[in-house]
Design a protein around this ligand. Structure first.
Ligand code: SD4
Length: 335
């Protein structure tokens, strides 16, 4: 880094620290932590409370020298298979026409990417995104083509609706007011990032997207750079919340780019959320129903998380034998 750039970063860090009080959080280390070559302790972090389970699963694999990609996939698959999680995989909320359509993507430390969007009848769209990455010359498949590819690859096809999600949709239809909002109560996309013992990073993001969305609507989650980004030399980030706003600022790429400039994962998440807030202000758009959260993990195993408003939590698993912990992400707005 050039000295002038370094000074800019240091000034920026000081400014950020002045606005956001430092957190009593053992998992967030100071960005000035010295670079070491100590043996690498694996780390996995994931959005929301279910991240406790998914990071624990990832850690089982990471502790046995598994790869970051395998560990992350094993983690998010738990969430996709859970019919009680209303925003991911089986049991995800339908679109306004009653179809459950899923989005997912993955990225590894080498920059390999895969993505699927608007997929019906496939529970494990994270694995399908990985299959796009590993078995096709492409990076993104959508809709019927993605479903067909799943079938060719031997993925089981099944109805993703469950009685509870059908009931919710029936209730929504009584009024059928099309005003999708993503606030703290109604969304819980899983984005998960891991670093393995070899120091390699990988991430995945998987969701059913906004509840009762327009048919064909795609959010940030399957879009590399928006819902997820990994730079094996720098760090990784993933997003949850109002996808349109995350896409507007190319959110996850932005977080990684901030880490590349020298900001800690925590500071980088904060800067991306502030940028989203700036865009709201420029457009004089209403922000009251919006929630956005980012989490990030850098090459040194430091983590961070930040949200537009309170309520966003993320789980961190670090090293073998340690229980994952759930952290409340600090937020830009008071409520
Ligand atoms: C989307 N970002 O489709 C997703 C929704 C979400 O937590 O994250 N919910 O916009």
């Amino acid at each position: 880094m050039k000295r002038s750039d370094f000074l800019k970063v240091v000034t920026g860090v000081a400014a950020a620290t002045a606005v956001v009080p430092s957190l009593a959080n053992p998992f967030i280390k100071a960005s000035s932590a010295k670079k070491t070559h100590e043996p690498l302790v694996p780390v996995s972090i994931a959005t929301w409370r279910f991240g406790l389970q998914t990071t624990a699963e990832a850690m089982r694999i990471l502790s046995n020298k598994g790869s970051a990609l395998d560990a992350t996939e094993a983690g998010v698959k738990i969430c996709e298979a859970d019919p009680n999680e209303r925003s991911v995989g089986l049991g995800g909320r339908p679109d306004r026409d009653g179809h459950v359509t899923l989005d997912a993507c993955c990225m590894d430390h080498l920059g390999n990417i895969g993505s699927v969007a608007g997929v019906e009848d496939v529970v494990h769209v994270s694995s399908l995104a990985r299959a796009v990455m590993e078995k096709t010359p492409h990076v993104m498949l959508v809709g019927e083509g993605a479903r067909q590819f799943a079938q060719e690859m031997g993925f089981p096809l099944q109805d993703l609706r469950v009685p509870a999600s059908i009931a919710e949709w029936e209730k929504w239809k009584e009024k059928a007011e099309y005003s999708p909002v993503v606030n703290v109560e109604n969304h819980d996309t899983i984005g998960q990032l891991s670093m393995d013992m070899a120091g390699q990073l990988a991430g995945m993001c998987t969701t059913s997207g906004m509840a009762f969305k327009m048919r064909g609507r795609i959010g940030d989650s399957p879009i590399i750079g928006a819902g997820l980004y990994v730079d094996g030399e720098v760090g990784a980030a993933t997003a949850t919340g109002h996808g349109e706003e995350v896409i507007r600022v190319v959110g996850s790429y932005r977080v990684v780019a901030e880490m590349e400039k020298g900001f800690s994962p925590q500071e980088a998440c904060e800067r991306a959320v502030r940028k989203i807030y700036d865009f709201f202000q420029r457009r004089e758009a209403g922000i009251q129903d919006t929630q956005i959260g980012f989490i990030a993990l850098n090459k040194r195993g430091e983590v961070g998380g930040y949200a537009l408003r309170p309520g966003f939590q993320y789980a961190v698993a670090r090293g073998e034998g340690e229980e994952p912990v759930l952290l409340d992400a600090p937020a830009l707005l008071p409520t």
